[in-house]
Design a protein around this ligand. Structure first.
Ligand code: GTB
Length: 211
């Protein structure tokens, strides 16, 4: 049985913004059952969990003798091992993997910077100046993505792990209001959320975090 770790209780209260949700979503898309082990903030930094995750974070993934960390690597592993998340045609598969990396390396960082500027650095004397820069960088990146997505349903043909990762990453930008400035990206995210597998994953994490 696959076991993943999640926050014992997510600080978002079940809004689905912690990174176990993308792993749950991938597991639902490929139809693999899984168990969840909740980890407290204290346990994250203790040896037992550090043996699984060198940075003391969630999510992790265990399946028999295999233990993984990093949500991108876990989703990629599931997409490689089970059908449903990556095309079989080699070039289409390479492009879908490219979108996974793009989500994690080119889109997620400016979204995380925004959270850092708005929340973690809000009390710094330079916070307002930096926030303006960070918001502009995110708008620039989303504007580029929006131009590429246009009115396509998914990033490159059929729904793939690239879309799963991109939608997961973009969801974190929604509370800021900036995602909503790009109508086609907001609609793209809504299409991802409407997938039955996402709905099951969201409900599962919500139930877990409100138990
Ligand atoms: N690159 C890693 C990955 O993709 O797996 C990043 C993992 C990561 O940041 N994990 C976070 C964590 O364990 C949880 S998801 N943090 C605890 C720590 O570092 O000590 C980030 C997150 C946390 C909370 C909310 N929230 O409450 O809304 C959303 C996202």
């Amino acid at each position: 049985m696959i076991t993943i770790t999640a926050f014992e209780r997510s600080p978002d209260g079940g809004k689905g913004l912690a990174r176990d949700t993308r792993v749950r979503w991938a597991l639902e898309e490929v139809g693999q059952p899984y168990e969840v082990r909740g980890v407290s903030f204290a346990e994250l930094k203790q040896p037992a969990h550090l043996a699984l995750h060198p940075f003391g974070q969630i999510p992790t993934f265990e399946d028999g003798e295999l233990a993984l960390f990093e949500s991108g690597a876990i989703v990629f592993h599931l997409a490689q091992r089970y059908p449903g998340l990556l095309p079989t045609e080699p070039n289409a598969r390479a492009r879908a993997i490219t979108w996974m990396f793009a989500a994690l390396n080119s889109v997620e960082p400016p979204i995380l910077d925004l959270f850092t500027a708005r929340v973690l650095e809000a009390d710094k004397p330079w916070a307002k100046d930096r926030l303006a820069l960070v918001e502009q960088r995110l708008r620039d990146r989303l504007s580029q993505l929006s131009a590429r997505v246009g009115d396509a349903e998914w990033l490159d043909g059929a729904f793939s792990a690239g879309d799963l990762m991109m939608v997961s990453v973009l969801l974190r930008a929604r509370p800021s209001g900036i995602l909503g400035e790009f109508g086609n990206l907001a609609a793209y995210v809504a299409r991802g959320e409407a997938r039955p597998a996402y709905q099951r994953a969201f409900q599962a994490q919500h139930a877990y975090n409100t138990r």
